[in-house]
Ligand binder design. Structure first.
Ligand code: GLY
Length: 563
């Protein structure tokens, strides 16, 4: 009799242990500093660096290295990203370390002889990868703003890769979901091959640890030249990949002038092209500012209708006009001009949805403008802020793991418009501005954002989520400043999204009430449901000066902590 009870208790105890590898803090209030990341182990690294005297950039860099180990589905050294920095003195900078198309890339490289898109070619496998920018970006940010030695920032990641760490439920689920792809696109076995992953299984990444050591000891050349570069190129040559040693050696991150907008007493700093995020966010805010959405109420039919109409118009412009400004004249000033945005909403009707077919992108006389052109939010004890979003694009990127070097390569080439008007994996369409060209950066939706209120740091936010990143950031900001929600509620509240095409409101389950959707349907809106729309990580400065950090419940591993 006692034996079964003993085994039952043992099983329950074991089950409990298996479920408690990390405690992810969904919200935190702190006096001095705050770190919000997609994984508790990465947050712990960021916090440790701050406590050792590092600043927000040091912490962000250390978090990115750690994420490359503990969050292999998106954290990376085989991808790229954008970092937005606001120093305590108000100086702002944005760093572009987005991937670039290899020199052998060409406009029609994903089309067959008949000019049709070859399904999946830009999404999975060796040809889907752009030249990675992450390592160059982290060194560039650190060189300009870091305080602590790089070795101190990278060593925690090396230790996590060498000793291994227990995978979370979320990671185990994804690792299981992608087993077939891992085997399809990789000839050599790698640490991710396993018949069934369970939460708590140890993931040891010795090859990655060695690559991180090479990077620590040799700087960017530990990645872009020598052993690691040769391993990347050998991996490319094992299939149909085209990234060359020259592509790697030539990669450079670029400082760009942040997009700056104003919404009431809030100054918005965000990411310029090759991200569409900053432009589209500021466009939507400008279009919405004249409307009394706070008075209409949170998720009221009129509020949702007006916001969806602003989203529709911004995404129509995104499709036509946004791309890498080093290759295409992106009319940023025209797109953000008050007169243009007023006229953009002129055809807006409070009573009916505008047909997306009738919203063409705005027409401008193109004049040459000036050349200045995963998510973690951090505020340090001096008041410096960093908002950084990096990506492999899909989960585990192209699914190609570089043999010997130990990391996944991105599939960012799918963010190009591989054929005008043909949607990518996020359903986004594009045109000439975002056509593939050698050395060009593909258009992104990543929207690392920092907000000032009356000249002082107010909010730091951003998200993963493909095309829904921009509208996710928009809604969390408005939830706080218009609808008065505390940050954790602002982040967890249901979300919706409109991206011009397809002509529909994407809506999280139960985000909008039945009566709201009925009213909106009567205006002509169509609906599609989604499990999650963006996964926002945000920090807000409270009126008493403390920091409120909020991690998103949409990702169980999202974690906020401060001191
Ligand atoms: N790969 C998603 C984005 O950059 O928008």
């Amino acid at each position: 009799m006692l034996r079964p009870i003993f085994f039952l208790l043992l099983a329950l105890f074991a089950g409990c242990q298996r479920g408690t590898y990390y405690v992810a803090h969904k919200a935190a209030i702190a006096e001095a500093a705050m770190v919000v990341t997609p994984h508790p182990l990465a947050s712990a690294v960021g916090l440790k660096i701050l406590k050792q005297g590092g600043n927000a950039v040091d912490a962000a860099v250390a978090v990115q290295w750690a994420m490359a180990v503990v969050y292999p589905r998106a954290g990376n050294i085989g991808g790229g990203g954008f970092m937005l920095i606001r120093r305590a003195n108000g100086e702002a900078a944005s760093l572009d370390y987005r991937e670039k198309a290899p020199a052998q890339a060409s406009r029609d490289m994903y089309l067959d002889a008949k000019g049709n898109v070859v399904e999946g070619l830009s999404i999975n496998g060796h040809l889907a990868s752009g030249v990675p920018g992450a390592v160059a970006g982290l060194f560039e940010a650190h060189a300009r703003y870091g305080k602590l030695p790089m070795a101190k920032l990278i060593n925690p990641a090396i230790e996590l890769a060498q000793k291994g760490f227990a995978v979370s439920h979320g990671e185990a689920d994804r690792l299981n979901a992608y087993q077939a792809d891992f085997r399809k696109y990789n000839e050599d076995p790698n640490p991710f091959f396993k018949d069934k992953w369970q939460a708590g299984d140890l993931l040891v990444q010795s090859e990655l640890a060695r690559t991180l050591q090479l990077i620590r000891d040799n700087g960017p050349e530990g990645f872009y030249k020598g052993e690691t570069a040769r391993e990347i190129v050998a991996e490319m040559k094992s299939a149909n990949g085209i990234i060359s040693l020259d592509d790697l050696a030539a990669y450079q991150a670029k400082w760009r002038k942040p997009i700056i907008g104003q919404y009431k007493q809030y100054r918005i700093l965000s990411m310029p092209p090759p991200s569409s995020g900053g432009v589209a966010l500021v466009q939507m805010l400008d279009m919405l500012e004249p409307y009394p959405i706070a008075q209409w109420g949170f998720h009221s039919p009129q509020t949702v209708h007006t916001m969806a109409e602003a989203m529709r118009r911004a995404y129509a412009d995104r499709a036509e006009h946004l791309g890498d400004s080093d290759f295409y004249t992106v009319p940023v000033d025209s797109l953000l001009a008050a007169s243009y945005l007023q006229q953009r909403m002129a055809g807006f009707s409070p009573d009916s949805a505008t047909l997306s077919q009738s919203i063409l992108a705005g027409q401008f006389k193109l004049t040459l403008e000036s050349f200045e052109t995963e998510h973690t939010s951090i505020v340090d004890q001096e008041g410096n802020a960093v908002s950084v979003t990096t990506t492999l694009n899909s989960n585990y990127g192209s699914k190609v793991w570089v043999s010997g070097a130990g990391f996944f390569l991105n599939n960012e080439m799918d963010d190009f418009s591989v054929k005008p008007g043909v949607p990518n994996q996020f359903g986004l369409v594009g045109a000439e501005a975002n056509a593939v060209a050698p050395g060009k950066r593909m258009l992104s939706s990543m929207t690392p954002t920092i907000v000032e209120k009356d000249g002082n740091l107010f909010m730091v936010l951003g998200a993963p989520g493909g095309s829904t990143i921009i509208t996710g950031v928009l809604q969390v900001f408005l939830n706080v400043v218009e609808f008065g929600l505390p940050l954790d509620q602002a982040v967890s509240a249901g979300r919706f999204h409109h991206q011009w095409l397809p002509d529909q409101i994407l809506m999280e389950n139960n985000a909008l009430s039945e009566s709201t959707t009925a009213t909106l349907a009567a205006k002509g809106h169509r609906f599609q449901t989604a499990k999650a729309i963006a996964v926002v990580k945000a920090i807000v400065r409270l009126p008493d000066g403390r920091l409120h950090g909020a991690a998103d419940p949409r990702n169980p591993d999202d974690d906020a902590r401060g001191f």
